[in-house]
Ligand binder design. Structure first.
Ligand SMILES: [Zn+2]
Length: 331
């Protein structure tokens, strides 16, 4: 062998990066032709160098960017917090000076906590920003309601709080539960948990309202009856959408049928709950068509048409779904 292996191995990094002199490159090439062990090292260096360098640089860029962003966020968060503190201190002093005690100050404090929940939380939380922002917003809003109710000696806190939590749950429970249960054994049950959570708050809201207005038997019968009838439809939708035995066409078919039939009977259910016999499908008289001077018959015929059309469309979807299912199996 012409050259010493140690010397060549020293040169190899320069050679693979293409920054050594022509003379050195020639030396290395000559040696590599004769020496298997140095050739192996050279190959490894070539494989590694480009990818590793790129990978390292990428990681470095991403990391330093993340650091910069989080630094900026912390700075912005601190400034926001400082700005929010100014009215808190001013109100603290005013309240103490005027009232010689703290009362309405707590309303200002909790109101600013609500502001902080939608400004500070998303800035300072690193992961699952949406989830924690929604939770903080809901919590501080309920606290604000409590403070206001307490200050005004009101008795409406539970009604307002239940209404606020139910309203926010309908909008944001999917986001929060999706984020909180993103893995683990509850992951597949998320849709059911959302529906159960919303149902719980709906019934709680009904109960609180009933208590607040001293609801009589009719209140409970109508409120619970209509809510249960409506929420059963939502549970039905969830069951269909979460089903694993149906393809999309079958699901669509069942959803159309379920919704059509459910809404078709809604007046009858309401009438039954109100002990009212004015409307509903009992006035069905298809021979009359859609008479404008007879609303009971008009409505009954409309509802019947709706049920009929939804069942018709649903059956077509089911047939298509059945056909597709068969062809998928034979494929
Ligand atoms: Zn060698």
């Amino acid at each position: 062998m012409k050259y010493n292996c140690k010397v060549i191995q020293d040169l190899l990094p320069l050679y693979t990066d293409g920054i050594c002199s022509d003379v050195s490159a020639q030396m290395v090439e000559e040696h590599l032709k004769e020496c298997a062990s140095c050739e192996k090292i050279a190959k490894e260096l070539q494989d590694d160098s480009v990818e590793k360098t790129l990978g390292k640089e990428c990681d470095h860029v991403v990391l330093s960017h993340e650091k910069k962003v989080s630094k900026k966020m912390v700075t912005a968060g601190s400034i926001t917090a400082a700005v929010l503190l100014i009215p808190v201190i001013v109100c603290l002093i005013c309240n103490l000076a005027i009232g010689h005690a703290l009362d309405w100050f707590f309303i200002v404090l909790t109101a600013l906590l609500v502001v902080a929940s939608v400004t500070l939380v998303p800035m300072l939380v690193v992961e699952k920003k949406a989830v924690y922002t929604v939770l903080a917003f809901t919590g501080t809003l309920v606290l604000l309601l409590f403070t206001c109710c307490f200050y005004t000696h009101g008795n409406w806190f539970f009604v307002a709080a239940a209404a606020v939590v139910f309203g926010l749950s309908v909008c944001f429970a999917p986001v929060v539960i999706h984020g909180l249960l993103s893995d683990g054994r509850w992951k597949r049950k998320r849709a059911w948990i959302v529906v159960a959570w919303d149902s719980f708050w709906l019934y709680l809201l009904l109960a609180v309202c009933g208590w607040f207005v001293h609801g009589n038997v009719t209140y409970w019968r109508v409120a619970l009856g209509i809510s249960t009838y409506s929420i059963l439809l939502v549970w039905g939708w969830t069951a269909v959408l979460c089903s694993r035995n149906c393809n999309r066409w079958k699901k669509a078919g069942i959803l159309v049928m379920l919704t059509g039939v459910w809404t078709g009977f809604v007046t009858d259910v309401v009438n039954f709950l109100l002990r009212d016999t004015e409307n509903g499908l009992r006035y069905l008289d298809l021979a009359k068509g859609f008479p404008l001077d007879d609303p009971a018959v008009f409505n009954a015929n409309m509802y019947f048409m709706m049920i009929a059309v939804s069942v018709f469309v649903g059956v077509i979807c089911l047939c298509i779904g059945h056909g597709r299912g068969k062809s998928e199996k034979t494929d």
